[in-house]
Design a protein around this ligand. Structure first.
Ligand SMILES: C[S@@+](CC[C@H](N)C(=O)[O-])C[C@H]1O[C@@H](n2cnc3c(N)ncnc32)[C@H](O)[C@@H]1O
Length: 287
């Protein structure tokens, strides 16, 4: 299964933002750095710059884990009383996508969101999926081949996105940011690569206040302490974004932040009041 040729107008050296060109089967930056392409997937990451935390996080995503990941998520969703496809469809629905758009999923994992994204952007759209785990990307490439629009997979680090500024009509991230080595920088990177006015949806584990207070919430926290995370409002690049909204998914055990990159022609900012209230509460509450 071959992936479409990596579009060089969109991709950049993750460290210098220099343009890339093909050179003997590799991608070379004008600065002299070269990046391998493995099984059609550009590896746009300098291993030595990946933080210790991100490396430790990666140990959960070996090739074997990648093969069982989808089954595990489906099972955990059912245990929570959720139908996973419905939750994913709802989450992707928050992105305001239209046919022909170009969308990035940061931490694409096994590509579980790709079919829902592809349905929204149609055959003329274009999807990019970035992940640090080669094992997860291996599973994603099978899905990518079946979704009906071009999908470009890239191995990279969310903290140093290998893309030019302002090139995506939508950016999705789900399931990794709580444990990223530099959460603020990863969030700023997602905003940097979005076009002015583009919608971003970012989410991870973390229960609503109502869920925390209940019997089931307390039991869930004993099983998985990640549910204690709160939406990282204090880490958002507030000067660059607008219309911030907080949503909940998977029966309120995952938070979702939806916002727009500022500077587009959308309706006026309704998020300012919410920002002050939520940012204060999030800073007081800790991680
Ligand atoms: C829980 S999975 C979520 C996968 C997918 N987004 C989903 O909805 O099923 C977390 C993913 O984050 C990826 N990841 C972890 N650290 C990363 C980093 N620094 N940069 C990019 N991806 C990373 C992992 O490899 C893994 O595929």
């Amino acid at each position: 299964m071959s992936l479409p040729q990596a579009p060089l107008d969109v991709m950049r050296c993750p460290h210098t933002q220099a343009r890339l060109r093909w050179e003997e089967g590799q991608l070379a930056a004008e600065t002299g750095r070269t990046y391998r392409v493995v099984d059609g997937i550009p590896w746009l990451v300098d291993e030595e710059t990946v933080s210790r935390l991100d490396r430790a996080f990666q140990r959960q995503y070996t090739e074997r884990d990648a093969r069982s990941y989808d089954r595990l998520v489906r099972l955990l969703s059912l245990l929570l009383g959720c139908w996973e496809p419905r939750e994913r469809r709802k989450m992707v629905g928050l992105l305001d996508l239209r046919p022909g758009m170009r969308v990035l999923e940061v931490s694409v994992g096994t590509g579980a969101n790709l079919p829902y994204l592809a349905r929204r952007v149609g055959a003329k759209g274009e999807l990019f999926g970035l992940d640090l785990s080669a094992g997860m990307l291996g599973v994603a490439r099978t899905r990518a081949a079946a979704v009906g629009c071009p999908v470009h997979l890239v191995r990279g680090d969310a903290v140093h996105l290998p893309f030019a500024d302002g090139v995506f009509d939508g950016v999705l991230h789900f399931g990794g940011v709580n444990l990223f080595g530099d959460r603020a920088r990863a969030l700023a990177e997602m905003v940097r690569v979005a076009k002015p006015g583009a919608t971003l949806v970012v989410g991870d584990e973390g229960m609503s206040e109502a869920r925390r207070a209940g019997w089931l919430g307390r039991r869930l926290v004993k099983m998985n302490s990640l549910y204690l995370f709160r939406p990282p409002l204090h880490l958002l690049p507030w000067g660059e974004i607008e219309n911030v909204q907080l949503h909940w998914a998977w029966r309120e055990v995952f938070w979702l932040l939806r916002f727009r990159r500022a500077g587009g022609a959308g309706p006026p900012d309704e998020g300012e009041v919410l920002r002050e209230r939520l940012e204060k509460r999030s800073a007081e509450a800790g991680p």
